[in-house]
Design a protein around this ligand. Structure first.
Ligand SMILES: C[S@@+](CC[C@H](N)C(=O)[O-])C[C@H]1O[C@@H](n2cnc3c(N)ncnc32)[C@H](O)[C@@H]1O
Length: 518
């Protein structure tokens, strides 16, 4: 119990700046679970538990966007829970409850859950808490329920762990939290400088490079990160196979990672992928060898009950079940569909792919036009066939497009959604932004969109969002925001833009950021 008090006070003193985490949203979890053959509960009518919910920054926007679902968050830190409760009260949300509670005291009275989220807690808690978390997942997950657990992993954490151990050793002599953080940064700087940079000894060089890179990485991180990741008493990384053994003991099984691309050896050089294919005699073994190759440090794993039959090979039938979206953008301003020329498309992380095939080009261009919206496979096929003036049979085109989409899926260049996204990209006469986005735009510099992402918003976007309550048309918004729109206009005045055009461009950005609802 003494250790729990330490955790409680450290998060009370230096709260964790929590954010919406897209991969934990029931929409995202349900989509991945469905890809692996599960029949998860609809996000529109589900029960969700978040263990270690901090100030509810993850759970509250979910509750606001899914009013018919129920959300419960528990956290040890009274200060963080109180912060979240104030937001819930201001938004008058009735479907989310945050409780100051040690998860060790969580019991059957809370019922069963379709989704259990445990982000940033498992590795950072003592063994009895880790065990209790898996117990809750085992006992209080609905039959088709899915649990999400993130944790630090080896081998990646070996080097980072060495740094953590040194910082922890040095700072344990200090009581005051702020002094510990300052001292930790100072020691890391000293070590990075002190380690010999040049020399014949390869081990020494590797050590110096690792210290340097850790110092640079941590320099960009908040004090809260430094404290809770490196200076807390607990931070236990583990190998994936060890995690798999633990969940097995709780009658749970591994479904998948939330980033599909991390599960496929196919993105690695061919000979590496082939060797992993030979070594990986099971899903767990393949994942483990992938971690060895990638020096993996962190996992976000989905789990379900042991008895559920999972599907691990994908065919075109999967695409028929889902809605398809793609963040790819053509590099050319006027990409050509009909010419046999190669067109190049860029993904959100900079990956560039190309195709000269008219059907594929037409499909990607169509998806880029409607992004972040999603469509069913049949509609995408129709659009692509029309735009590419295809004369091939529907079956042949379906096969070709299906193969392309499945290949793009494993490198994260398309998204599959089990349910239609709940935002609109068409801008209505009196546009309506989500309640949470409007509320956050009043108080914060980041708003949560309907894809459960934190979006940075500038002064103009914040001001416009405030008036997107479904009551104001464009003329009224221009009148109400004339001053701020005029400021925006000045650098552009040579282009002869009007205030109406500035507003229209802003509304377009807001719609594309998935902030508008029907
Ligand atoms: C690193 S923070 C992560 C917060 C949040 N999930 C996020 O990712 O933003 C860990 C959280 O777990 C909470 N926590 C730690 N041990 C706990 C326990 N035994 N019971 C309930 N909450 C606990 C802490 O108070 C803290 O808010």
């Amino acid at each position: 119990m003494a250790t729990q008090a330490v955790t409680q006070s450290s998060y009370d003193q230096v709260p964790y700046p929590s954010l919406p985490i897209r991969s934990t949203h029931p929409d995202h979890i349900a989509s991945i679970a469905a890809m692996f053959g599960m029949a998860p509960a609809s996000p529109d009518a589900c029960r969700v538990l978040e263990i270690g919910c901090a100030d509810g920054a993850n759970l509250i926007p979910m509750a606001a966007s899914l009013p018919n679902s129920q959300f419960i968050g528990v956290d040890l830190s009274a200060a963080q829970v109180a912060l979240g409760q104030r937001v819930i009260d201001q938004l008058s949300l009735k479907n989310v409850t945050l409780r100051q509670l040690n998860v060790m005291d969580f019991g059957a009275e809370y019922g069963v859950f379709d989704y259990i989220i445990v982000y940033g807690v498992y590795s950072w808690a003592p063994h009895e808490v880790q065990d209790k978390i898996l117990d809750i997942c085992s006992q209080q997950l609905a039959p088709n329920g899915v649990a999400f657990i993130s944790y630090n992993t080896y081998p990646g954490w070996h080097m980072r762990g060495a740094v953590r151990n040194m910082l922890w050793y040095h700072t344990r002599q200090f009581e005051d939290v702020q002094t510990r953080i300052t001292q930790a940064r100072a020691l890391l700087h000293f070590l990075a400088e002190a380690a010999p940079k040049i020399g014949k000894d390869a081990d020494q060089q590797a050590y110096s490079i690792a210290l340097d890179s850790e110092e640079k990485r941590i320099a960009k991180q908040s004090d809260s990160y430094m404290l809770h990741e490196h200076l807390e008493e607990y931070n236990e990384p583990l190998y994936f196979y060890q995690f798999a053994e633990r969940i097995e003991k709780h009658d749970l099984q591994y479904v998948a990672e939330v980033e599909i691309s991390s599960m496929t050896p196919d993105v690695l050089p061919k000979d590496v992928a082939q060797t992993i294919g030979r070594l990986g005699s099971s899903v767990v073994a393949t994942e483990q060898y992938l971690d060895f190759v990638r020096n993996r440090m962190f996992r976000q794993s989905l789990l379900c009950h042991k008895g559920i039959a999972l599907e691990r090979t994908w065919g075109i039938d999967l695409l028929h079940k889902m809605h398809i979206a793609s963040p790819l953008k053509p590099l050319s301003e006027k990409p050509s569909i009909l010419s046999p020329l190669n067109e190049r498309f860029r993904g959100p992380t900079g990956t560039v792919v190309s195709s000269s095939n008219p059907l594929n080009k037409a499909a990607i261009i169509y998806l880029s036009k409607i992004w972040p919206n999603a469509v069913k496979f049949d509609q995408l096929l129709r659009e692509a066939r029309d735009r590419s003036q295809s004369v091939a049979s529907v079956e042949a085109d379906a096969q070709m497009l299906g193969d392309t989409l499945l290949k793009s899926l494993v490198v994260d260049l398309i998204e599959l959604h089990l349910y239609q996204p709940r935002f609109v990209i068409e801008i209505s006469e009196r546009p309506l932004a989500s309640v949470i986005a409007r509320w956050q735009a009043t108080y914060e510099e980041r708003v949560t969109n309907q894809r459960h992402e934190a979006i940075e918003v500038d002064g103009l976007m914040r001001a416009v969002l405030n008036y997107l309550d479904g009551q104001h048309d464009r003329a009224e918004i221009v009148r109400l925001l004339a001053d701020i729109l005029t400021q925006e206009l000045e650098p552009e005045s040579k282009d002869g833009k009007t205030l109406e055009q500035v507003l229209e461009a802003e509304l377009h950005d807001i719609a594309r950021a998935a902030l508008l609802v029907a």
